[in-house]
Design a protein around this ligand. Structure first.
Ligand code: SF4
Ligand code: SF4
Length: 287
């Protein structure tokens, strides 16, 4: 009896590895940045952009609410009356000076929530590799989207294929009045280059991952989501099988790439040997 209970106590030690073993079958979420980039969260708080309406007019009306609400005191705005013959914004005034100091910004998005015209939103661009204070202060010319509605690329930003598609992402944290009944109801104006953005719909199953560009992200991070946020067919044992198949497909691709590289190396060596053989043949002929 004593021996058995001792053995049981000893085996309890392996219980500590339960979580480790569970994670062995899950896909890895670690990426080799900067070679590989992780798909970005729909509400990622990156650097800001100042948006325009679909007709090209600036959305900012220079009301300074964003500067007033900012807890880090890092926004500086000055409004000016719109010139009557060529107004910059549809309002009475427009943002004449707009600066954000990224040495202070904590990316809380209070400015985005406070803005009455959705002029300021946070993009998913997160690279801030500046080396001096002046570069850390983004001015209006850097923050305002270009004539096609795309953010202006800073020298230290590393954009990959497709990353410009969701840079003016919808950043409102809540539906109107925080009520789930409004979920999926569009409450915002269209913007240059994007039109009216699709609602994220993250609180219920009424989400459209394909339209909001979050499909890739959900596939990668699904093992970290709440059970109710995971599609039925990816839960439990079925989910484990699906994840194992996903990992196997990834490994097959890696193997294919490695084989391709090996083939290239061999082909290179063969052609080098053939070339040197021809050279020696020509050399021999000359002699
Ligand atoms: S995200 Fe927060 S800290 Fe940054 S500018 Fe906006 S309100 Fe200020
Ligand atoms: S960004 Fe919005 S809150 Fe800030 S000054 Fe412009 S309109 Fe007002």
């Amino acid at each position: 009896m004593g021996v058995l209970s001792d053995l049981r106590d000893d085996l309890k030690f392996f219980g500590g590895f339960k979580l480790t073993f569970e994670h062995l079958t899950r896909p890895r979420v670690t990426r080799q940045y900067p070679e590989e980039k992780q798909p970005k969260q729909p509400r990622k708080h990156g650097r800001h952009v100042l948006n325009r309406y679909e007709d090209g007019m600036e959305k900012c009306i220079g009301c300074e609410l964003c500067a007033g609400v900012c807890p880090a005191d890092c926004i500086y705005v000055r409004g000016l009356d719109n010139p009557p013959d060529h107004p910059v914004s549809p309002g009475e005034r427009y943002g004449y000076v707009y600066e954000i100091n990224y040495l202070r910004c904590i990316h809380c998005d209070m400015c985005v929530e406070a803005c009455p015209t959705e002029a300021i939103t946070e993009s998913k661009l997160f690279e801030f590799s500046f080396t001096n204070r002046a570069d850390a202060i983004y001015t209006k010319s850097e923050l305002l989207v270009d004539d096609e509605g795309r953010p202006k690329k800073q020298p230290w930003e590393d954009w990959r294929e497709g990353e410009d598609r969701h840079t003016s992402g919808w950043m409102r944290a809540t539906s109107p009045s925080g009520s789930a009944a409004y979920e999926g109801e569009v409450q915002w104006s269209g913007e240059l280059g994007y039109g009216v953005r699709v609602p994220e719909g993250g609180q219920s199953g009424r989400r459209d991952d394909a339209k909001t560009g979050t499909l890739a992200l959900r596939e990668v991070l699904e093992s970290h989501l709440l059970a109710e946020d995971i599609p039925f067919e990816h839960r439990g044992m079925r989910g484990r099988l699906w994840r194992a198949q996903l990992s196997a497909a990834r490994n097959r691709k890696k193997l294919e790439r490695a084989r391709g590289r090996l083939r290239d190396v061999r082909a290179g060596r063969r052609s080098a040997r053939t070339a040197s053989g021809q050279d020696s043949a020509v050399g021999g002929g000359r002699r």
